[in-house]
Design a protein around this ligand. Sequence first.
Ligand code: MOS
Length: 720
Amino acid sequence: MTTVTTGTTTVKGAVGVAHTRVEGRDKVTGAARYAGEIPFAELAHGWLVLSTVARGRIRSVETAPVLGMPGVLTVLHHGNAPRVETDYIGLLGNLPDPTAAVFQHDRVPHMGWPVALVVAETSEQAREAAEALVVGYDEEPHDVAFFEGHPGTYTPADVPHAQAVAEKGDLESELALSAVVVDAEYTTPEEHHSPMEPHAATARWDSGRLEVVDSNQGSTWVAEELAKLFSLDPASVRVRSEHVGGGFGSKGVRPHQVAAVMAATALQRPVRVVLTRRQMFSLVGYRSPTAQRIRLGADADGRLRALEHRSLNLTSTVHEFVEPSAGVGRVLYDADAHHTANRVVRLDVPTPTWMRAPGEAPGSFALESALDELAERCGIDPIALRARNEPETGPVSGLPFSSRNLLACFHEGARRFGWADRDPRPGLRREGRRLLGTGTAAAFFPAGAAPSTAAVTAEADGTFTVRITAADIGTGARTALTLIAADALEVAPDRVRVRIGDSDFGPAMIAGGSMGTRSWAWAVTAAAGDLREQLALGGAIPPEGITVRSDTSAAIAALAHKERHSFGAQFAEVAVDVTTGEVRVRRMLGIFAAGRIVNPLTAHSQLVGGMTWGISMALHEEAVRDQASGGHVGADLAGYHFAAHADVPHIEADWVDDPDEDDPVGIKGIGEIGIVGAAAAIANAVWHATGVRHRSLPIRPDRVLLAGTGAGTGTGARDA
Ligand code: MOS
């Protein structure tokens, strides 16, 4: 890598060199302000009131006593809130979830549905009054029980980027011809995003424009939907979101922004609505539980004849969301008969949504566990089994891969993890009261790009300003774009200022789908390249600078039709305590082929973060719903367990060379792939340690104890 110098020296090659976050100092000193803490004069505070029943109708909202409480300004509810428009097309062609359109009717479709907003002078007064507000309900019987075979299960229509059903070949005859068959069911529980920073928004009217200061994954996304909801000219809505403390898919258009706009309009004052951790459990989406069945049929040498993956997820009664878990096999493995199907059932629960690697995270747990079971039955090394089933082209699409370096990841990972010395037999390695084992799994995530616009200004003082409606949700996107702009402008990064998170900067891709940095980088590179050409013509820079705008719509539409993915190989070592049932992950290694890596420092953090979540998914996370009330048990970070420091061992993440030839910077995207396959690698390691196969997540101590640990038997015969 070439050297980076600072100051005014022209340099090449900031991309690929580790760089601390450009806003890091502001964040650690508290100078960086988050949406819930930016001051406004005359600010009023709204507090959401959520339903205490899981299904029914609102009979009464007793506002009078609450309106007399100290500081209370107004109470909004379905009886007095303004009507909004919900019949529109939202992000990427999807229909919007009407959950965000608050207070439009008296129906309650789930526990924790927003029924009112109490607005007061202070947050404490609003909370006090919100908790005192009496809402009467006509309750109806509810159903929140999720299980395979639930009546009403259906196959959804295909949605953009997620075909519900894909079939080729005769499944039953290939299964009948197979020497080895694995037929198993896997389940994953309801899981929550739980970003560090809760959702928060402040809305105000400023000279005829609606301004919302927010914490989101895409300010043009939120601005466009608010304009549609409130039938406003899009140019009259501005959404800003400068610093975001995590999103993971949950930070889109949510009830609090809409409620804040309603209240700001009614009161003609700035109104802030902040969600509590508990409210987030019902208001910002979550990952649906899944019930998955996989049937694999193979020849004795492990070559797949049949691959069937059927996945069921739940959704709400108000909006269809499909967790496309059955899609993983469409990328990973070919088979003569290849059947995959996503199905869904509507229950009286909140609408689930995208959560880091939607589909791939739970789907890879099932499929990559099943591959491990097949390897065991065939007596083949799990990596050799995957190599044997590498497809030439997309197994279902038939399209060429832009690049596919999965085996390079396994090769490098196996070398560094010490896989070659592994005894494949389960239940043999004992250390005191612990059984030790290792496991592996494949990972992939789609690598896409979406149209974006960017503006780059050559300032009169010799610096450059980039403006793009990107969102840095903690990934380091702002820093990555600084490096990319510096290279495209052929200047040092410290001469580049990147401004993001403001819808006035123009349309751009959201921080989502692992497509943010790539999509924005493309737009920044294009604008910077044009600007350099203009500057090369010479002439003085006027005081207002020279600005060039790019729009990548045409370039991205012209991308050749190929399967584009990042790939990876996950490795884990676990120790299972046979007396307590506790599973500890001792080490993890992930090797990824994920395009050109822009900033090795933050890329490493992003991948390790995903793998850490994989530990959490494998061993800890599980939102429990009480069937009687229809609500959660322990909907907070005390009751909802996730991996904390003591649960996380040394995790190594690294990558192989894998530039995307069709991308101006070579990027593919690393946002989500870190979690994919991680839970399967851990579950496979638990089998290797104990000889017991765990097919339901999380692998809790009670489940380990109940299933037994197979200590000393080494037969691998028992299942959990
Ligand atoms: Mo991500 S689940 O695309 O925010």
